[in-house]
Design a protein around this ligand. Structure first.
Ligand code: FCB
Length: 475
């Protein structure tokens, strides 16, 4: 890491990118043979998503992808991270791939390659076929096997891809979706969420196996959201609670992948919940822990944990105690929702503290692996608006991004093998349970007309990419 004229320069070859996901941007939910996913069902269930929004049209990227490709080219990114919709490829789960669905992604990939942009597809970003959910979804081992079929189809049929990712944030789908009911499929079942955790990891292993045999020349990895959690105090109870939650967010994923075993404290904790980790079968851990080529890290902000019942101590330590998490396991999780006064927050209510990203990256290197890391998502929602001159100025987002890139630069300086950075998101889009009420894009989307307006952060990022340098936020 070089610092010249007050600017941090990134290593030559550092990958600059932006990210999106299929259900959040594509729309066209009933076109070219696509069948419903769990997010279609969930978003069409009244009361589940803010304002009862859904992804039926979203950014209409399915029809406007050429325009979006031109925006990517204008931005000058090296790589574009997107996800493939399983039900466009295998509408009936079994059987051959659906040509019309495959054609969409072939056109998208060709359009990227024509513009000199590397495609980074994610095979699964939460849009499970509803027909598999009807048989238990990720709580059912069969889903992992069917994922293996689907992974083989996309690997065989989509050409020109150097890097593949199996999963995006399986924690979120397993725990917010199956455990806490906040995301699709909206179940409240801790034992089911633990079983889903294992089946996600198993499916990842099957995806890696398929990639090694079908595309041995390609790199394969996955993206995790590794919660960076701090204990609210040095009280042993709070430290234990922090370790407990860290086990669920981070160790339960990283240990199997990089060490081939689940953490013993997590196996013990989830033993009373059926089926939980009783679904592990011989040979699974070997599949899960096959070497991968890179790890994607999504980071938005750190969190703080106190033991349950410690509201008073949290207040004494300077924290506002937020609402208790909607978590049926909360007694055991022993976590309180906390907010740090005086610390800035995004429109999601998430605390902004880029030091957490630096600490997380160093921890991955120290505790787990030295394989190449990519920040596959980092970004923030703010209250953007189109001003009277028709522009969208988003200085808070630029500041957020600068601070996090500085944390990346510092991590590289400290020996972290960080190879690239993707902003979430290229476009404003359907923000899951928050519907269209939260905007993460560096491009504004007018949902009535489909019009795109690059925000100031887009122009800022374009300059940064061209220079491969960052003027640190606090310099
Ligand atoms: C991540 C998701 C992504 C987006 C951001 C804000 O958890 O992977 O789709 O919603 O959060």
């Amino acid at each position: 890491m070089e610092k010249e004229n007050g600017k941090l320069s990134f290593p030559a070859g550092f990958t600059w990118g932006t990210a999106t996901a299929s259900y959040q941007i594509e729309g066209a939910v009933a076109e070219d043979g696509r069948t419903p996913s769990i997010w279609d069902t969930f978003s069409h269930t009244p009361g589940k998503v803010f304002n009862d929004d859904n992804g039926d049209i979203a950014c209409d990227h399915y029809h406007k992808y050429e325009e979006d490709l031109d925006l990517l080219a204008q931005l000058g990114v090296d790589s574009y991270r997107f996800s493939i919709s399983w039900t466009r490829i295998h509408p009936d789960v079994t059987g051959p791939g659906n040509e019309a669905g495959l054609d969409f992604y072939k056109r998208l990939i060709a359009g990227l390659l024509d513009r000199g942009i590397k495609p980074l597809p994610t095979m699964y970003h939460w849009d499970l076929p509803q027909s598999l959910e009807d048989k238990g979804g990720w709580m059912n081992r069969e889903t992992a096997l069917r994922f293996g079929d689907y992974a083989s189809t996309v690997l065989e049929r989509l050409e020109g891809i150097d890097m593949w990712t199996t999963f995006n944030e399986p924690w979120t789908n397993a725990w917010l979706g199956y455990g806490y009911g906040i995301h699709a499929p909206g179940r409240n079942d801790i034992g089911g969420a633990a079983a889903a955790t294992h089946h996600f990891l198993l499916a990842h292993g099957l995806g890696v196996q398929a990639a090694r045999s079908i595309r041995p020349e390609a790199e394969i990895g996955l993206t995790l959201n590794l919660g960076h959690l701090r204990s609210g105090s040095s009280d042993p109870e709070d430290l234990a609670a922090q370790r407990r939650i860290d086990g669920n967010l981070t160790r339960i994923w990283m240990d199997p992948i990089f060490k081939g075993t689940y953490p013993q404290d997590m196996l013990d904790h989830y033993r009373p919940y059926e089926p939980g980790f009783s679904v592990i079968e011989p040979g699974d851990m070997e599949l899960i822990s096959q070497p991968i080529d890179f790890l994607g890290v999504n980071f938005y902000g750190p969190g703080t944990v106190f033991a349950a019942g410690q509201e008073q101590r949290a207040r004494e330590n300077g924290f506002n105690v937020g609402p208790a998490p909607e978590d049926p396991d909360a007694d055991h999780l022993q976590v309180l929702g906390v907010e740090t006064p005086g610390r800035p927050k995004t429109a999601m209510g998430w605390e902004i503290d880029a030091k957490g990203l630096h600490e997380l990256l160093v921890r991955i290197k120290d505790e787990y692996t030295d394989i190449p890391l990519y920040i596959t998502e980092n970004g923030a929602a703010f209250q953007d608006y189109v001003n009277a001159s028709g522009e969208v100025k988003d200085p808070e987002r630029i500041k957020y991004l600068e601070e996090h890139l500085e944390a990346c630069a510092n991590a590289i300086k400290d020996g972290v093998n960080l190879r690239g950075y993707f902003i979430w998101s290229m476009l404003d889009n359907f923000e899951w349970a928050m519907g269209y009420s939260r905007r993460f894009g560096i491009v504004w989307v007018d949902y009535d007309t489909g019009r795109r307006i690059p925000k100031s952060s887009f122009h800022w990022y374009k300059e940064l990419i061209a220079a491969n340098k960052l003027v640190p936020a606090n310099s």
